[in-house]
Structure formats: C-alpha cells, structure tokens
Design a binder for this molecule. Structure first.
Ligand code: PLP
Length: 381
C-alpha cells in the first residue's frame, strides 16, 4: 500500500490525473467521434448522458447545462422563484449557491449551519416569512442536507431545491443526491466527484414541467430553433463534456469507495492526534467525501506549515457568505451566524481523491501530528 517515493513528494489537495488516465484511451476515441459527427452542442451525446445521469440519480429527468451555478439558478427559475420572493440558503456554502439566488431576482436570506456544516433546520424555521418561497439545501462536503427535516419545518408552501454539486453518489435514507426537493442543481466542474473536462452541470428532477422549463431556459427560451417562449439564455451542455462524463459515470461508485477508504484511514489515524476533530456522517447519510474537512486549533499556522511541507491542504470556505464583500448589502456583520463563523476559523480540508495511497494519507497525518504536538522549545509568551 505504501509507496515511499509518492508519500515523500508533494501531496496535492486533489489529483485529477489518476481519474483521467483510467479513461484516457476511450475518451480520446469518443472525442474523435464527436469531432467527426459535427454535433458539438446538445445533440445525441448530451441526450445519452442526460438519460444515464437521470437513472443514476433515480429521477425521471436530467437536463444538462453549462455549469453548476446555472443549474441552481435555472432550477430556481423553473420553480418560478423570482423578484419579490425570499430564498433561504446556508451561510456557509460555496458562493455560487448565493449567486444563483441573487441572479433569479429573489432576495437572499441566510441561515446558520450545524456542526456538520449543513443547513440548520431550526435556524431555517426562524428565518421563514410570508415571502419565503424556497430553501436551497446544500449537500456540503459530500453528504446530503437534511431535506426530510427541512420539508417538515417549512411546510408545503415553500419549495425545496437541492444544491447537489458536492455529493454525486451520496445517499440519504437510501435516496440518491440529486433526487431531493422539487429539483436539484449539480456541477461537473473537473474537481467535483463526477468531473467533466471543463465546465458542465445539470438539473435533475421528477417534475416534467420543471424539466421542460429548464430545457427552454438553457437554450434561449425554447426547445426548437427560433422558438422563444420565455426569456432564457445560453446554458447549453456540449457533446465533448457529455461523452467524457458518460465514460466517467460507470467509475464513480468505485472512485467514491476509494474516497471512503481514505476517509476511514484518516479517521482511524487522526483519532490519536489530540486537538483534531474529524468530520461526522450525519444519521441517515452515506458520505462521498468531496472534501475531507477537519477542525484544528490555530488553523492558519497549521495550514501554512502543512503547505510549506508540500501538503496541499486548503479551506472550504475561508469566509461565510455574509462576510464576503459581494454580500455586504445584506447588512450582516461578524456575529450574525456564529456557527458558520467558527467553522470558517477552524476548518481545513486534507488531501483526498480517488487513487490517494495509504502512504500519502499516513504522511499527511504524521505531518499534522508533528505540527500539533506541544513543542517544549517553542516560546509561548
Ligand atoms: C461547485 C459548486 C457550485 C457551482 O458549480 P460551477 O460548476 O462551478 O458553477 C455550486 N454549489 C456548490 C456547493 C459547489 O460546490
């Protein structure tokens, strides 16, 4: 298991080369075929992937779009969310979730998260008003948000939308990510668990009307050429991304299992490192470890030391949405969402990707142990 040479060199946060090499030959052939077909945008390759991904998520419809940000926006717009509505989003998420809401014209309302980093259902209940139209649950770090509990808390009047960008292959009470709420938006950005060779995304839903609306919105408001039923835009998926994704999809289960084995090694090895809190899988969930996020004391020093030792640890995300300059207009300051703020100060993502070796995981843990050990020589005054 241990490859000493690999374990000694730099260890990136994510190494996509391992996945790409597994499908490289068939991918080149499939891309060649697309080039010869002359069908570059939408077309049969996109339809094939949409069918495969709908089946994977156990939903009736998948509509390929240009990226995950568009996917969440178009899912909301297809749910008829817009000006005058309020949409609740967790305060700690990738900024795209918040952008997607703002781009619909709706007012963004933030809610604090729980210790797992998932939206805190009791905080959502506090933020409900008679203008609340939707809640976006984010499947952060690789596990599904508590949609069943959200549904109980918000009632029938409020639409649930899933941001499934970080959880391809995860389940909650046996249901796959991408199948929760009225519709889900997902991203196939290269670094996601299912990543394209560029930008790509999709909306998945059981609702035929929502699917049809997204098909129109992604392509200038219509499905057929020169048909413009609504003001849409261009968020089409292209054939090269679709064939690449179709080739990767059959590997996803095995790649997620490799992530799970690495996460299990981290959990076991880190249990003997004082001060490190390892992530939890919430009850009812299976986790696909898009990111392996630990909490450590003195995070900035520890992170800098790991990076200096060649270990590509990172922070997801360094600032909750309400403290970002782009969202200053919401009028929240420090202290508004204490759980999200505390997470942002303590979290650190450790290298984790399909193909990471046992030796690499051990080396990350050894470095971390050294950095957290009390150092008798260090000046503490
Ligand atoms: C990556 C990501 C997105 C956006 O996806 P893009 O394809 O980069 O537009 C949205 N939400 C979450 C939680 C993400 O991680």
């Amino acid at each position: 298991m241990t490859d000493p040479a690999q374990a000694r060199g730099p260890i990136p946060l994510v190494d996509l080369g391992i996945q790409t090499r597994e499908i490289l030959a068939p991918a080149m052939a499939a891309i060649h075929e697309v080039l010869e077909s002359g069908s570059f945008v939408l077309g049969p390759a996109v339809r094939r992937f949409e069918e495969e991904y709908a089946a994977f998520c156990d939903v009736d419809h998948c509509v390929g779009v240009a990226n995950g940000t568009d996917a969440v926006e178009l899912a909301l717009r297809a749910a008829e969310v817009g000006r005058g509505d309020e949409v609740i989003v967790p305060a700690n998420t990738f900024v795209a979730t918040a952008e997607a809401v703002v781009r619909t014209g709706a007012d963004l309302v933030l809610a604090d998260c729980d210790d797992d980093g998932l939206i805190d259902v009791s905080r959502v209940a506090d933020r409900l008003t008679n203008r609340t139209r939707a809640v976006v649950g984010v499947d952060l770090y690789g596990q599904v948000a508590p949609f069943d509990l959200l549904a109980e808390a918000v009632g029938d009047r409020v639409v649930l939308v899933e941001d499934a960008a970080q959880a391809q292959g995860a389940t909650r009470h046996g249901r796959p990510a991408g199948s929760f709420g009225l519709a889900a938006g997902t991203s196939f950005y290269p670094g996601k668990n299912l990543g394209a060779a560029g930008d790509a995304g999709a909306v998945t839903t059981d609702d035929p009307v929502v699917a049809d609306r997204v098909r129109a919105l992604r392509n200038h408001g219509g499905v057929n050429r020169y048909e413009h039923r609504v003001v849409g835009g261009n968020s089409r998926l292209d054939s090269i991304q679709a064939v690449f994704l179709s080739l990767k999809l059959p590997h996803l289960k095995e790649w997620n299992e490799q992530r799970d084995r690495a996460a299990e090694s981290y959990r076991t090895l880190l249990s003997s490192v004082p001060g490190v809190r390892t992530p939890r899988t919430a009850p009812g969930n299976t986790h696909v470890w898009h990111l392996y996020v630990v909490r450590v004391p003195d995070r900035d020093r520890v992170l800098a030391a790991l990076n200096a030792a060649g270990i590509g640890a990172g922070i997801h995300y360094p600032m909750p949405v309400h403290l970002l300059p782009a969202f200053a207009h919401l009028g929240h300051g420090p202290g508004s969402f204490p759980v999200a703020e505390r997470l942002a100060e303590e979290i650190m993502s450790l290298p984790l990707f399909p193909g990471i070796t046992g030796g690499q995981v051990e080396r990350v843990v050894d470095e971390l142990r050294g950095m957290l050990a009390p150092d008798p020589g260090r000046d503490r005054t």
